[in-house]
Every structure is written in C-alpha cells, then in structure tokens.
Design a protein around this ligand. Structure first.
Ligand SMILES: Nc1ncnc2c1ncn2[C@@H]1O[C@H](COP(=O)(O)OP(=O)(O)OP(=O)(O)O)[C@@H](O)[C@H]1O
Ligand SMILES: [Mg+2]
Length: 459
C-alpha cells in the first residue's frame, strides 16, 4: 500500500487526515511541522506528501522544493486555507500535483490522493522505462524498437521453425549471437543444445578436430577418441561464429558436412550421420572474400540460403534508449531505477557507437559504477563519449530539443529559459549592443534589462 507523509502544524487536521487515510489502508506518517517532515523525507521512502503551506520553521513551499530536489519521485499535495490559494497555485508551478483547500470534503480529499498516486506511479514507470521496454522485447530478451530491428525479429520468427541454414551478418557487437540464440530457441530444436563456436579463436591446426572429432592416434597428442562439435550439438544447433576464419582447405569438408549431413573424424575411415542445424555469422563481408578467392563460393551460397543482416546501432537510433533502459534494468535487478539526465540521453543518442550494442552495454555498466545520488549524469559517462559530444556542436544543440521534459520544471520556467537563450542570441548577433537588440526584439530597453536575470552579464 502507498506510503503517505502528512505535514501540518494543526494537530486536529493531522489526526483527522490520519484517521481518514488509515481507514483506506494507506500507510501514514505524521509530521507536526515542516522540519520534522523534512527529516522523515530524508530517512524514509514515501509515495506522497500532503503538506500544509503555512508552517514554522520550515514552511510548505520550502518543504515542497526540498522534496522535489531530494525525492523527485514523491508526489506532493498542498493543503491550503482559502486565503493562500494564490500560493497554492505557485506551489503547482513548483511541481506540486494539486492543492486541497481547507475545509475539505473527505471524498474530494481521497479522490485527489488517489489521482496523485496514480499519476506518480505512471510517471515512475515512464521514467524507469520498465513497462515500456517489456513491451518492446522479442523472444524474451531482444530489444527492438526501430523498424530495421523489428524486421530482424520478424525474420527470426519466420525462419526459425524451418530447417534452413542461416547466415547472420552485422558489425561487431550488433547482437549476432543473440539472434542465433533466438533462432535456436524458437525452433523445433529448442530442447537440444545450442553450441556457439568462435572459429577465429581455434588454432588452424585444431579446428578440423574440434569440429569433426578425431580418432585415437590420428596425430601426435590424439591420445583418445574425441567427439567433435558436430556430434556434441546433436539434436540442437551449432552456431559457427566468425566463419570467415575457417581455413580454405577445410571449407570443402564443411560444405559436405552441411550438405550431406555426414562427417568423417580426423584419422577416421567411416562417415557417420549428424543431426544438427547450422547457423553462421561473419563480421567480414563474405561476398568480398569470395571475390578475393579466400572463401569458397559454393559454401557461401550454401550458408546464405537465408541471411539476416543486423544494422549497426548508429543506423537505428530509436533502439538506443530502450536498450540503455534494458541494460540498467538488468544491472539493478529490481532495485530503484536511477534517473537519467536529459543531457546524458542526448549524448547517448548522438554518439557513433563503433562497438555497437556491446559498447552501449559497457557504457551503462560504467555509468552505474559511478552513479551519484542514484542519478546518471554526464559525469558518470566514460570520457570518450563526452569528448565526442563536445566536438560535435550539432549534438549539443539537439540536447535542448531532446531534453524538453524536465521533471519538476514548470512551463513558465521552461519558457523563461528559452526566452533567455533567445535574448542572448540576439544580443550576441548585435555585437553586444543591447539597445540595438531591444529594437530588433521590438521591446523597450527597460524591458530587455528586466528580462535579464539579476546580475547576469549577458555580453
Ligand atoms: N537488440 C538487443 N537487445 C538486447 N540486448 C542486445 C541486443 N543486441 C545486442 N545485445 C547484447 O549486446 C551484447 C553483444 O551482443 P552479441 O554478443 O550477440 O554481439 P555479436 O554481434 O555476436 O558481437 P561480436 O561480433 O563481437 O561477436 C550481448 O550482451 C547481447 O546480449
Ligand atoms: Mg559474437
């Protein structure tokens, strides 16, 4: 049940509210003045604060402002006597959800409390992005929001149940192995093993025996019969990663294994059947290798009956934030979701991601390690992202557009900030001549000065 803090210096109101809210099953804490309220807010988690405006020593407005800065996820309702309605309106500009004039009707009070709690909850969900990401996930763990990535997932759905060999291409870190796993788990072989093998990591001399196995004594060091990966993956899927590294001499044997579903162990004489589906990936363009003569054309065609190409992350910017949220959720394991600074969102959105999704995953881990106050700020990012951002004025300009929604910032404050920016631009473009700027802006010089924040040097 939601936890509510009530701050009021009138004991009658305090006990009345306590009774009403307890009767509805809310968990309630009482503060007999603003400073007690402030202490409770620091030490306990609340969903909602109901605060009187006129209190001593810390008044309701101060309490509201402090809540907004230290506990931005807590909703605030102000209680007000009719005489202070203007202040209550002011409080809403500072981020209070609503105000309740005293004396109040119990029904109205409960209704406002419920609305405030519902609103805070939906806001928290939007910010954490949990529900959002859940609905954008395919096969349990592939985040796909952009059209090209949704197409990849649709393709997986279509081809996974078939028996065909699939070639998965994409730059390093784009998610080739993840896609291969999804194909396996969505196929009739999902109960069988999924064996990924990185062909580039196997020494050339051993790769044949690793894939096909060997018989005892077939070469120095072959002290016993050995099962190869084709056998080990029986009934399941063998994922040949970086298949471009398979030596040319072995390519024809691989082709036979895929085509005839028969293999012969190193040093063996008999052929035997294998029952395995082959998926392959390459981070080099195999067509070019065919042209160069380093990859067999027949094997290339056999492998690429169907191919799934995963675009680089920078070509699908819509996936960046959902992926970031997905990795945060994975790391925090149900803990409190950190707030992400607008500027950070913009930096992530504008970075070139040469290491693709894996690099994004590492960046998120970095941010979470350096988290301050449960906020992901620019300071928590690896410096390479900041350097690239600062070298890119277009990205910085777009930060202002992307970052329009700032929690707790009223429309008035937003407009004031925009106005200030525009004034600065015009004054700058007039070479600092404020009188000329005022003329250009069609306002008096006095108005221009009034709009300049106190003591701020615009030029
Ligand atoms: N769309 C996605 N949704 C969720 N996680 C993803 C997505 N794409 C990639 N990842 C994650 O990013 C990391 C890198 O993905 P993966 O290892 O599949 O890439 P790869 O293309 O095989 O890379 P490499 O070429 O370096 O082998 C993994 O932790 C993977 O789970
Ligand atoms: Mg891989």
């Amino acid at each position: 049940m939601a936890k509510i803090l009530i701050a009021d210096d009138d004991p009658t109101i305090l006990s009345l509210l306590n009774k009403i809210l307890l009767s509805k099953g809310y968990d309630v804490r009482l503060a007999e003045n603003g400073s007690v309220g402030e202490k409770l807010l620091k030490t306990e988690q609340f969903d909602l604060l109901i605060s009187d405006i006129k209190m001593e020593p810390v008044d309701g407005m101060q309490l509201l402002k402090r809540t907004r800065s230290v506990r931005p996820h807590v909703g605030v309702i102000m209680l007000t006597a009719y005489a202070t309605v203007a202040t209550a309106v002011e409080a809403m500009k500072e981020g209070a959800f609503d105000y309740i004039p005293k004396p109040f009707k119990i029904d109205e009070l409960l209704e406002t409390v419920k609305r405030a709690l519902d609103y805070q909850k939906s806001l928290a969900e939007q910010i954490s992005g949990n529900s959002h990401v859940e609905s954008k996930k395919y096969f349990g763990n592939i985040v796909a929001v952009s059209d090209p990535m949704i197409n990849v997932c649709e393709m997986i759905k279509r081809v996974a149940p078939t028996k065909t060999t699939i070639m998965i291409t994409g730059e390093s870190g784009t998610g080739k192995e993840l896609v291969a796993e999804a194909v396996h788990s969505f196929s009739a072989r999902s109960e069988g093993p999924f064996l990924p093998v990185n062909c580039a990591a196997l020494p050339e001399t051993l790769i044949e025996s690793e894939l096909f196995g060997h018989v005892k004594g077939s070469f120095t060091g072959a002290n016993a019969n050995k099962e190869g990966l084709f056998e080990a993956a029986k009934g399941g899927t063998l994922f040949l990663d970086e298949i471009n590294s398979i030596p040319h001499g072995l390519q024809s044997k691989l082709l036979r294994a895929i085509q005839n579903k028969k293999i012969r162990k190193v040093g063996g004489t008999e052929e035997f059947d294998v029952d395995v589906r082959i998926l392959a990936a390459s981070n080099r363009n195999l067509e070019n290798m065919v042209k160069e003569g380093t990859f067999r054309e027949d094997l290339f065609y056999r492998l690429s009956v169907i191919s799934i190409d995963i675009p680089p992350l920078k070509q699908r910017p819509e996936d960046i934030l959902p992926l970031a949220q997905h990795f945060i959720a994975q790391e925090i394991e149900g803990g409190e979701f950190p707030a992400i600074d607008n500027e950070v969102l913009s930096i992530l959105q504008n970075y070139s991601w040469p290491g693709n999704v894996r690099e994004l995953q590492n960046v998120i881990q970095h941010c979470l390690t350096f988290l301050h106050d449960n906020k992901i700020t620019k300071e928590t990012l690896p410096s390479k992202l900041i350097v690239s951002y600062e070298e890119n004025p277009a990205a910085q300009a777009s930060a202002h557009i992307n970052g329009e929604f700032e929690k707790g910032k009223s429309l008035k404050a937003f407009l004031r900030a925009k106005e200030k920016e525009y004034l600065k631009t015009v004054i700058d473009s007039m070479g600092g001549d404020k009188a000329a700027a005022a003329k250009e802006l069609d306002i008096s010089l006095a108005t221009l000065y009034r709009k300049l924040p106190d003591g701020e040097q615009i030029d």
